[in-house]
Design a binder for this molecule. Structure first.
Ligand code: DAH
Length: 339
């Protein structure tokens, strides 16, 4: 029996040394130490052993079991260590590889121009206010002295949500909202998206941007308007810039004007940029109509004010000498990267 035990033990130990996976080790454990394993079998055959020899044989079997278990554990640890080593080797990170370049985008030319405008007006003490793009007909037209059937509505045909709600055709409604909510003195600009039912071409888009301006206080005159807008033009286009005001008509201002700046490209001699005239139109403006003040809850006998509306795209196109407005909306990376 002792011989048989030794033989089984040697056999198991030999198999343990060549086993090369956890599964193989487990198979060996079952085959020798399991319920139906070879060692258990020997233990069962104790019946045939003389009673006085049983303790001795029992001890031998236990020793054999302990030896096998110990070696089994040892092999498990060896295999685990080997697997880990292989994993570490295969997963090494080569820190000398060049890193992937991080592509950082940058501001759209319209945004750059807008931030420049905001910087100039904030410097003059203006507040930046935003209003809704989906606007009541009342704020977009009515309260700006453009009643239903007024011909001025033709030029600003827009998209109707229903008969009372439109996509705003101008940023001027933010004037009305501000006058309703704030007491003078008011000094604000309101940049934002506006909409018109225009066909897309090099100078038109159904969606573009304006920057509205509004100043209300006691004793504001047309001289304030001229001085402010002249300073603004010089800041934006350079200190040599001249401005001129041409009489115009807007329903919400009286008197109204359009402001031209001397061409910053040719200095006024006439070139392609200014279409030979030496002047470039950049905004509409005027003294806020007393009716508009009154409708917004401001007493026109106590307060006066001026307003202006700048087409942002126009400034962007001029500033960067871009000759087609569509480029601003196509999001072609090759175009945008130039600014
Ligand atoms: N809202 C006008 C437009 O879209 C631009 C404008 C002109 C705004 C004169 C004003 C202004 O505030 O006083 O054509």
């Amino acid at each position: 029996m002792k011989e048989r035990l030794e033989q089984v033990c040697q056999e198991a130990l030999a198999r343990l040394e060549t086993a090369d996976s956890m599964e193989a080790l487990n198979e060996i454990r079952v085959a020798y130490l399991g319920k139906k394993g070879k060692l258990t079998e020997i233990l069962k055959s104790m019946r045939d052993v003389a009673p006085e020899d049983r303790p001795k044989v029992g001890q031998l079997v236990n020793e054999a079991r302990a030896q096998l278990e110990g070696r089994l554990d040892g092999r498990k640890r060896e295999l685990a260590a080997k697997a880990r080593e292989e994993q570490l080797r295969s997963e090494t990170i080569d820190v000398t590889l060049p890193a992937k370049r991080n592509l950082v985008g940058h501001r759209h030319p319209n945004t750059i121009a807008l931030e420049e405008l905001e910087r100039i007006f904030i410097g003059m003490g203006y507040e930046v206010i935003e209003g809704p793009e989906v606007e009541y007909d009342y704020y977009n037209f009515e309260a700006l002295n453009i009643p239903a059937n007024h011909p001025a509505r033709d030029e600003q045909d827009t998209f109707y949500i229903n008969k009372d709600i439109v996509l705003r055709s101008q940023t001027s409604p933010v004037q009305v909202r501000t006058m309703e909510q704030q007491k003078p003195p008011i000094r604000m600009i309101a940049p934002g998206r506006v909409f018109r039912s225009d066909e897309v071409d090099a100078t038109h888009s159904p969606c573009f941007h304006q920057v509205e301006g509004l100043v209300i206080d006691k004793g504001i005159t047309f001289a304030d308007l001229k001085g402010t807008l002249q300073d603004f033009a010089r800041e934006l286009f350079g200190p040599e810039t001249k401005v001129k005001f041409r009489p115009h008509h807007f329903p919400f201002t009286e008197p109204s004007a359009e402001m031209d700046v001397s061409c910053f490209k040719c200095g006024g001699k006439g070139c392609r940029m200014c279409k030979g005239s030496g002047w470039i139109e950049i905004l509409g403006c005027g003294m806020v109509h007393p009716k508009v003040l009154r409708m917004s809850g401001i007493d026109p006998d106590e307060y006066t004010g001026f307003a202006f509306g700048i087409g942002l795209e126009r400034i962007t196109l001029l500033k960067y000498e871009i000759d087609d407005m569509r480029l601003l909306y196509e999001n072609d990376d090759r175009f945008l990267r130039q600014f």
